[in-house]
Design a protein around this ligand. Structure first.
Ligand SMILES: *Cc1c(COP(=O)(O)O)cnc(C)c1O
Length: 232
């Protein structure tokens, strides 16, 4: 499972092309959308190829697998995003080894992550996962509970709440794809306060990143379009 570096490079260029075009098309500032290259179940060689093509942020869903990759690549200044389901017995590794967590949805996890975040590191940057209706998984905070959840997380010294994240079921066509992303943005606008804004929205993947950018995504999480189909 090497992965041809030229293919990864070409795919990455094409994904950045899609992002920049969508920024233009929807009146977003150039460079306002960042990319997490989702490397879960993909090889270390492919991550290295993406790095060599200029990509610095990578998303992983499985802690043990991520740790192996981080160790193999520790000489590179990569930024790691945890995008998987948080398990209670893995919070220590997440708090220690990752820079961002997309998908925080349990206050006990938030408390552990804050406690376990080493003090010499910047606060762990987190997205609150929101369960809009019809979600693939049951993960996520219901919209009406998001404001209180954020307020509780803001009490935790070693976490920094950056924004909201969602993972809607696949939908066909841009109009249908935009609906949940629009709902997330509107929720963000309602719960964001001048004292403590929520600047980031983590939404959009390989198949729907344009729709997410149209609705205000600041991070898109893209795997397949960069690294190809994940081996099963
Ligand atoms: C796997 C995954 C992605 C990437 O999905 P692709 O369809 O491969 O782009 C994005 N976000 C999350 C939370 C994921 O688990």
């Amino acid at each position: 499972m090497g992965g041809d570096p030229l293919v990864v490079r070409a795919n990455l260029a094409s994904v950045y092309g899609r992002i920049r075009l969508a920024e233009q098309r929807f009146g977003r500032a150039p460079g306002s959308v960042r990319l997490v290259a989702v490397s879960k179940r993909q090889s270390i060689q492919k991550i290295r190829a993406a790095w060599e093509a200029g990509q610095g942020s990578f998303g992983e869903s499985y802690v043990q697998e991520a740790l192996v990759k981080m160790t193999a690549l520790e000489h590179l200044p990569l930024e790691w995003h945890f995008i998987g389901r948080i398990q209670r017995n893995k919070t220590q590794e997440i708090a220690t080894r990752f820079h961002w967590v997309h998908g925080l949805a349990d206050l006990r996890h938030a408390e552990r992550l804050s406690q376990q975040r080493p003090v010499h590191l910047d606060p762990l940057r987190v997205f609150i996962q929101v369960n809009l209706s019809g979600e693939v998984t049951k993960a996520g905070i219901p919209p009406e509970a998001v404001a209180d959840f954020i307020a509780a997380c803001r009490e935790l010294p070693n976490l920094r709440v950056m924004g909201l994240m969602t993972l809607p079921p696949p939908a066909q066509g841009e109009a249908a794809q935009r609906k949940p992303f629009q709902a997330l943005r509107q929720l963000r606008d309602r719960v964001s306060k001048p004292c403590c804004p929520l600047p980031e929205l983590s939404m959009g993947m390989s198949a729907d990143l344009e729709a997410a950018i149209a609705e205000g995504a600041t991070w898109v999480r893209v795997g397949t379009a960069i690294f190809g189909k994940r081996p099963s």
